[in-house]
Design a protein around this ligand. Structure first.
Ligand code: DGJ
Length: 702
């Protein structure tokens, strides 16, 4: 970074390590980062800073947008002070992992901008901007931070999606113009951009220089890739503010969300920095993640005590360690049209309260978990009847419904208090170790009713974070899952308060292969809820063998989403074997490094997790479609030590993959192969039918 006193800091390079730079070399890097020259007719412009401003000649999207009734709209920050670790920075510093605090003033515009720039031990960069208003009311519309990427980052990769199909990767040319991913859903979104990458053409998991940004915010937000006609390319991000949402009175301030940035040669190395950052969080989950059974696809709203007691018994029998009671236990919640907002146990569904079930779960040696959706309300609820003004709306009519529900305004202190009290009461009454915290609708036209419908997504997002933090503080050890109609709230903001995400409502393993693969671009395996569901998928109607369902779910936090009451003893024996296998390898899966690809061929995927010390790796080889060539190609196993030898053997649970034909090395003894050969020559993928997976274990022998 270059931090001149008279303008905001510029990032001159981020990405590959340039080696140690003395002051002279650092100055040279800054110099070659200047423009190469200009054509006649062009502005006398300088490269944009972390918060791009028009006065530098930047005609692209400004970092700060706002005004005082049309005045003070073009900021020029100077008088920049820089502090590192609390003390004023010397003129030249090579800091490594460190934090930089920047403050700058626009004396004419009466604004103060603050920037916090941190290089974390994981190698992630994160930047946060703040603004303090020193004059009359300032209408803040946008405060984003931008990072430059080089011209060879000529392609973009980000994500889209919908219910059941979250995080579908899309790849496009980084052409002149702005690729703007603006979210106005009030939650991260099933279609969230998730991570916006700029990359060398042809990059994949294995290689190709790649830069990525991610906005750690669960409310409205924006990711932008911008390429101007002079060749400048920026990746930027920030909160998306609605009209009039943040009107700062004199002396008031705003702090934007962290914008994270990662770099790597290949998508895997971009992901590794996020994984190691998340794993370094204080209180990060234990790698001995408890195998979970969630009741949703087993019983839906049919909460019958006898049936659920039997489900708990069968769950314990197959090795489940945490039993989670999903939607349907409270208020008038016999269906999705009623009850949200009334967080007391329903005497209709549970005439003896939850105690008999909770006791049985604990007696079986399992933990008890419960589903809640505290930010939402059904009109058919006591809460909505008593406090219609707590339902968000921008106009006199209520917003369009989604799943028969509306958004509660937790930014209103009384509403927040009522929800908080109910949640804490249920947590005090029962020994609950886990909350599945759902959020099933978008915040559309979600104004603050008692204030005439002004937008309130920012305040509500902050209130939701506060509620999560308060609940956790009151119940240390409580784990919380972030769920939003599946994986609609997956971001690093919510992950400051939660312990895993529900990746998707789709547990069909064919879909899950892709969902886990791409959700893994941000999250390590232990944070991705990954359940084995019934043979016939409730969402896609496809039918799959347990071997494919089990081997797919294994690469996440394993659970069960299946009505065990409708299974045969043989099904349960095979399921128990998968659970045993998970328990044996979960520490490897949840601490190891994830390597995806190279995919051996069209429709054949390989991935693995390798222990940090390189002693072992667990791989899956998956056939998604028929292999177009007669003999399937070889899978090159990544992440192992090229200078050591490994015994490679199959891990088989229950019946083998359909159409399976064993290659020469496929037996219990396996074969000892140098790591270099596994990486370069590869293992021949066994012949198998489509929608099948086999597992391979590599253990170091020398
Ligand atoms: C949506 C979630 O994604 C499901 O798993 C389930 O919890 C339902 N909500 C319950 O209403």
């Amino acid at each position: 970074m270059e931090c001149p006193p008279d303008r905001l800091p510029l990032v001159r390079h981020w990405g590959s390590d340039l080696g140690p730079l003395d002051e002279e070399a650092a100055r040279a890097v800054c110099l070659i980062g200047e423009r190469s020259g200009r054509l006649s007719g062009e502005l006398d412009a300088r490269p944009p800073s972390l918060v791009p401003e028009a006065w530098t000649g930047w005609t692209g999207r400004p970092g700060l947008v706002g005004s005082r009734n049309g005045r003070d709209w073009s900021p020029r920050f100077s008088g920049v002070s820089v502090r590192i670790g609390g003390t004023e920075a010397p003129s030249y510093t090579e800091a490594g992992a460190a934090g930089l605090e920047v403050a700058a003033d626009d004396a004419e515009g009466l604004l103060r901008l603050t920037l916090t720039v941190e290089m974390l031990a994981s190698g992630l960069l994160r930047v946060r901007a703040g603004l303090v208003n020193g004059g009359g009311t300032y209408d803040l519309q946008e405060l984003s931070v931008a990072l430059p990427v080089p011209t060879h980052a000529a392609e973009l990769i980000d994500f889209s999606g919908r219910w059941g199909m979250e995080r579908q990767a899309q790849r496009l040319e980084f052409a002149v113009g702005a690729h703007v991913r603006e979210n106005r859903r009030g939650r991260t979104g099933l279609d969230s951009a998730y991570l916006l990458h700029a990359t060398e053409p042809g990059s994949d998991f294995v290689g190709g220089e790649t830069w990525a940004v991610h906005v750690a915010w669960s409310g409205n937000h924006r990711h932008v890739a911008e390429h101007d006609s002079t060749g400048i390319r920026l990746l930027s991000g920030g909160e998306h503010l609605l009209p009039g949402e943040l009107r700062l009175a004199e002396g008031e301030g705003y702090t934007g969300p962290w914008v994270y940035a990662s770099y790597g040669d290949g998508l895997d190395r971009v992901a590794h920095r996020f994984h190691s950052h998340l794993r370094s969080r204080p209180g990060h989950v234990s790698p001995r993640r408890p195998v979970t059974l969630n009741t949703w696809e087993a019983v839906y709203f049919d909460h019958d005590e006898k049936r659920l007691l039997e489900l708990a018994r069968l769950a314990a029998e197959v090795g489940v360690e945490r039993f989670v009671l999903d939607d349907g236990w409270f208020g008038g919640r016999r269906h999705s049209r009623a009850g949200l907002g009334d967080w007391t146990v329903s005497p209709d569904a549970w005439p003896h309260g939850l105690q008999p079930l909770v006791n049985a779960v604990l007696e079986h040696g399992m933990e008890f978990g419960l589903w809640v959706e505290p930010e939402m309300v059904n009109l058919d609820s006591d809460l909505a009847r008593a406090h219609p003004e707590w339902i968000t709306a921008a106009r006199s009519e209520l917003p369009v419904e989604q799943r028969n529900q509306h958004v509660l305004d937790l930014s209103l202190p009384d509403c927040y208090e009522a929800v908080r009290r109910q949640l804490l009461a249920i947590l005090d009454e029962y020994p609950i170790s886990f909350l599945k915290w759902d959020h099933n609708r978008d915040h559309v036209e979600a104004g603050v009713r008692p204030r005439g419908g002004v937008p309130g997504v920012h305040a509500r997002t902050a209130a939701a974070y506060r509620l999560l933090a308060e609940v956790r503080a009151a119940h240390p050890g409580l784990e919380i899952e972030s769920c939003a109609a599946g994986g609609g709230r997956v971001d690093l903001g919510i992950l400051e308060h939660t312990d895993r995400v529900w990746v998707s409502d789709v547990s069909d393993p064919l879909e899950r292969q892709r969902l886990l693969r791409w959700t893994g671009q941000l999250l390590p395996t232990e944070l991705m809820g990954s359940h084995i569901a019934s043979p016939r998928s409730h969402t896609t109607s496809r039918t799959h063998d347990l071997s494919f369902r089990g081997a797919t779910a294994l690469f996440g936090h394993l659970g069960v989403e299946w009505d065990l009451g409708a299974t045969t003893p043989e099904d349960r024996a095979e399921l128990a074997a998968w659970i045993t296998l998970y328990k044996e390898y979960r520490e490897l899966i949840h601490t190891g490094t994830l390597w995806r690809g190279p995919d051996p061929g069209e429709g054949i995927w390989s991935q693995g997790v390798v222990a940090g010390d390189g002693t072992k790796g667990l791989y899956s080889l998956t056939s998604l479609t028929w292999c177009p060539t007669g003999a399937p190609p070889s899978a090159r196993l990544r992440g192992l030590d090229a200078h050591r030898r490994y015994r490679v053997r199959p891990l088989t649970v229950g019946s083998p993959a359909a159409g399976f034909s064993a290659p020469a090395w496929w037996d219990e003894q396996g074969v000892v192969v140098p790591g270099s050969a596994l990486a370069r020559v590869g293992l021949p993928v066994p012949v198998m039918h489509p929608e099948q997976t086999v597992l391979v274990l590599a253990e170091r022998v020398d």
